[in-house]
Design a protein around this ligand. Structure first.
Ligand code: CO
Length: 655
């Protein structure tokens, strides 16, 4: 046992003598826990049964908000995120609330303007937030300036994060070494950080790196040191112990039902491991068991179907192999699967470090993990031996322009020049604080949404998420009815589902009737359809009077890319000759990937030129502007803002 952790005679009871230097614990079950395990689908009504008990444990804080909760709640749960904060505050009265704030990205995926950032923090504090755990994906603390100003003004706790990432399999090497982290910690301290957090989102921090890291931080800065280390790789319980020996002040854990896998180590074993030592948490194990029992019986059954049970192992050793966050890996796999390109996974693993290096060796955390991940997949799918970065996403262009901040090392100048060719803000990257170039957003948002936003909270929600935010506000105020998919399920529903599964497993379910194929009519015609580099022969038999069929052509690169435009996809095969005379003939623009329509830049009847932006499609949280494949008149727009579309969906016809 290390000299840092001393034993006193063991005492199991809750009123055992208080430790000299107890480890403080922040509970993450109600935010990161369900975000990591259940796609952030935790509902407020399922937090209430344990809320008062959790308030009694003695946590340093409880994380209740931020991260993806704001997005997911209004989008998928038909819940007002602000309301959660107010509701939980009525049950949890003693323990401070903590939220994850993506600095100038707030709780979204891009840098927002200062007026919106100030309003967001001010309203969050006013609605009950106490601790603002703030991070920036690039560890560029200029992105903290605006939110920190308001956190301090609201009299709240500013926790500054250092995103933990590596250049080599272990701490050290060129960029992300001990000096880097102590330097960042000092920068945070000089900004007035009330505590400093090592945010190890991928579970990369090894126990024997944690020890010297925490020791160095404790020597160099005065603010309490907080460790956030995901379990993903399996190292975190060991890392916690070494960090505790090195003197870490606060540790993040989850209640057991919300623990492990890509979440965090469980609290209960840690409490037991430290029992009777000078770092004893002092927590009542029986009380924890009581909370566990409620979660296990009343809450978890509603969520267990969301657990990724595709793998038996709870540890993802890919993280150890590739030093990338588990969430990012599963996104990559999903993205490849949706593109029918899972066989390219090995190429993606090889390409990923190259893309990351080109982009300035940035840490991999939301949103940079998405930016690097999506661009890597684009490269693997669309690059040719003669040309790299053939399809550059809008976000990579923004990064190259400097909109996310300063990268750890300079961006590959060749890529930067290519990305910024025709970039609407200018071809010369900025070097100042990114938000300085952003126009105020709130007044514009108010003009757009009008009275549908009843108060500032509504308006902020809309400003952060214009498409889904408007949809939510329409549900909230009874303008449209929320779909069944956003309604909660009850334990009763779960019981029925479980019984059905049991029956099916026992072979007692009646076989589902197959849908009969309709007979082919005389009108059936065969088309050659090219999607990216794949070719399909498709037979089309018109039903009723829908005659919207045509030959797709590859989308040509945009001459002047609009706002968020990625260089569009280009299939190398020459376009097939269009089929002769047919009503509604034209060239179809297909969705190159599944996603959500953000907006059409054109309407039916508009005349467009090849390369004009037609529609912005959000896929994997990235916005892609798709360009007109040819000159002509737009027709056949069947989708609207907010609609989800499948890969290959006809977005419009140009003829
Ligand atoms: Co986390």
């Amino acid at each position: 046992m290390s000299d840092q952790v001393k034993m006193t005679p063991l005492n199991y009871s809750a009123d055992r003598p208080k430790a000299k230097n107890p480890v403080r614990i922040m509970d993450l079950s109600l935010r990161d826990g369900h975000q990591s395990l259940f796609a952030t689908r935790g509902r407020t009504e399922d937090m209430i049964p344990v809320a008062e008990l959790m308030d009694e444990v003695g946590f340093w804080a409880i994380e209740t908000w931020g991260g993806a909760t704001f997005d997911t709640m209004h989008r998928f749960l038909n819940e007002d995120p602000w309301e959660r904060l107010r509701t939980l505050k009525r049950y949890i009265k003693k323990t401070p609330f903590s939220m994850l704030l993506r600095a100038q990205n707030l709780v979204g995926y891009r840098n927002y303007a200062d007026d919106l950032a100030l309003a967001f923090v001010e309203r969050s504090a006013e609605n009950g937030m106490d601790i603002f755990r703030t991070f920036d994906a690039l560890n560029d603390y200029r992105n903290f300036e605006t939110v920190v100003k308001q956190i301090k003004k609201s009299g709240k706790h500013f926790q500054g994060c250092i995103c933990y990432t590596l250049t080599e399999p272990r701490l050290g090497g060129e960029v992300y070494n001990l000096e880097y982290y102590t330097d960042r910690a000092k920068a945070l301290e000089s900004m007035g950080a009330d505590s400093i957090c090592i945010k190890d989102m991928a579970g990369l921090l090894a126990p024997y790196d944690a020890y010297p890291l925490i020791k160095a931080l404790k020597e160099k800065v005065k603010a309490p040191i907080h460790l956030h280390s995901h379990f993903t790789s399996g190292m975190s319980p060991m890392t916690h112990l070494k960090a505790i020996e090195a003197g870490v002040d606060i540790i993040d854990t989850c209640m057991t039902p919300y623990a492990y896998r890509t979440s965090h180590a469980a609290l209960e074993p840690l409490v037991m491991a430290l029992l009777g030592t000078n770092r004893d948490t002092g927590f009542d194990i029986k009380k924890l068991a009581e909370i566990n029992d409620i979660l296990e019986k009343e809450v978890m059954p509603k969520y267990k179907h969301l657990l990724d049970d595709s793998k038996v192992s709870i540890i993802d050793i890919n993280v150890l192999l590739h030093q990338t966050p588990g969430g990012m890996l599963s996104n990559l796999v999903n993205q490849l699967r949706e593109m029918d390109a899972l066989d390219k996974l090995d190429e993606v693993y090889k390409e990923l470090p190259r893309v990351r290096k080109d982009l300035g060796q940035i840490p991999l955390v939301t949103p940079t993990s998405q930016i690097v991940g999506v661009q890597t997949v684009n490269n693997v799918l669309h690059d040719t031996p003669g040309e790299r970065y053939r399809m550059i996403t809008g976000q990579v262009k923004d990064l190259c322009y400097g909109l996310y901040g300063k990268t750890a090392v300079p961006i590959n100048p060749e890529l930067q020049a290519k990305a910024l060719k025709g970039y609407p803000r200018g071809e010369k990257p900025i070097t100042g604080r990114p938000a300085e170039v952003l126009e105020p957003e709130l007044a514009k948002a108010k003009a757009e949404i009008g009275d549908l936003a009843a108060d500032m909270e509504d308006l902020i929600l809309y400003a952060l998420f214009p498409v889904t935010g408007r949809k939510f506000l329409e549900w909230k105020y009874g303008k449209t009815e929320a779909p069944a998919s956003v309604k909660p399920i009850t334990l009763e529903d779960v019981k029925k589902r479980d019984e059905l599964v049991k029956k099916a497993l026992a072979g007692k379910l009646v076989e589902v009737k197959q849908v009969e194929k309709p007979p082919k009519s005389q009108a059936v015609r065969t088309f050659n359809v090219f999607v990216d580099e794949e070719y399909f022969a498709v037979e089309v038999d018109p039903v009723g009077n829908t005659h919207l069929v045509s030959v797709p052509q590859p989308v040509a690169p945009a001459a002047a890319p609009p706002q968020v435009a990625p260089a569009p996809m280009k299939a190398p095969a020459p376009a097939p000759a269009p089929e002769p005379a047919h009503d509604g003939e034209g060239t179809v623009l297909l969705a190159p990937m599944p996603g959500m329509i953000i907006k059409y830049m054109v309407k039916d009847g508009d005349t467009v030129k090849q390369g004009d932006a037609i529609v912005v499609l959000e896929a994997m949280k990235m916005e892609n502007a798709l360009a007109a494949p040819c000159d002509g008149k737009v027709q056949g727009i069947k989708f609207a803002s907010g609609d989800t579309v499948a890969k290959g969906a006809v977005l419009c016809v140009i003829g």
